[in-house]
Design a protein around this ligand. Sequence first.
Ligand code: NAP
Ligand code: MG
Length: 399
Amino acid sequence: MKKLQMKTPLVEMDGDEMTRILWRDIKELLLLPHVDLKTVYFDLGLAERERTRDRVTVDAANANREYGVAVKCATITPNAQRVEEYQLTEMWKSPNGTIRAILDGTVFRAPIMVDGISPVVKNWKEPITIARHAYGDVYRASEYRVTGAGKAELVFTGEDGTVTSQTIFQFKNGGVLQGQYNLDSSITSFARSCFQYAVDTRQDLWFSTKDTISKQYDHTFKDIFAELFETEYAGQFKQLGIEYFYTLIDDAVARVIRSRGGFIWACKNYDGDVMSDMVSTAFGSLAMMTSVLVSPDGNYEYEAAHGTVTRHYYRHLKGEETSTNPMATIFAWTGALAKRGELDGLPDLTAFAGRVEQAALDTIRSGVMTQDLAGLWEGESPAKQVTSREFLTAISQKL
Ligand code: NAP
Ligand code: MG
């Protein structure tokens, strides 16, 4: 049989530990037998980041901007222990942070649902996608510990020298202070990524903040979303029969729990951090989540939502076969291949990606799965727990 051809290469970002092993096996068992795979390869494994003084991460992100679609393996974000373990000359920054800063985007995370593994919230029938703004607010805040009496002020000095100030609080005793910011440009690109993703995936978009309390800060988010929607997206939404819906965050939480799913929930940075863990846990497992970074100028980076699964890797090094779930990494590859097919006018490539996903889901439906899922399985016959390699082989046979 002739292999599927590609036009534009994918930007391939290899990674670390157990996910690096899964990466190699997914390519060998599921992709290379069927696709004449074209990639521009970057090794983001920690050893190579050290060797290139992290230049490789920046090069990979720039290649993502050049070619449009990337697929990324999970990578170690070094801490003190890793500096020792890998003999690092510096505590290199989180590759995801570096890539996000270069691409400037929004992270969309959605659960991979399969019959036999049901969400904790029983009325959730369709996935809920969280769209998290990945810039500013409390993550870039300045903080101050007040230790005695004094006046706290919010002061803005314009470039022309104009000074405006307001009193925040007259402290009589110790307390805490925080100053945070965001940018119209970043909020606008967040809004644009969300509207575009809703159009691409034909789902309703919800957005929530606390604008009744935060009358300048959160209200600006609400206004920027509303204006962009009216001027650029209202027509397309109407045509597709989808809806944009703004509500207060506390109201949104209640509605999300009562919903049947099937929409995108856009969240400010902190809300997205908290709500994505809540939603993913309620749907089952981090290994059953897709994650894609969408930049406002239309670049895509697909990845797994989980880390490098270090504990399994140490067992692997001792020669044990592990039962690590490769679903999120498989879906990172299929997401990227499907998008490449769509952008290059290669429907066969997009269809192939869909068949790989179906084969993976069918394998689980047939009762064959990794250890993390076996514990959640509610199918009629008991789950057959297999190793990662056996699981991938079962998928390749279905394929
Ligand atoms: P992790 O790799 O996500 O693993 C935490 C635990 O979750 C595992 O020990 C395992 O539990 C379970 N788990 C996660 N993914 C699984 C899978 N695919 N199949 C089965 N079980 C899975 O998080 P971590 O241990 O906190 O971090 C490890 C490394 O990953 C760190 O160096 C961190 O910097 C990095 N990290 C990278 C990314 C990224 O690149 N996007 C994200 C997060 C963390 P059991 O051991 O109980 O089986
Ligand atoms: Mg978090």
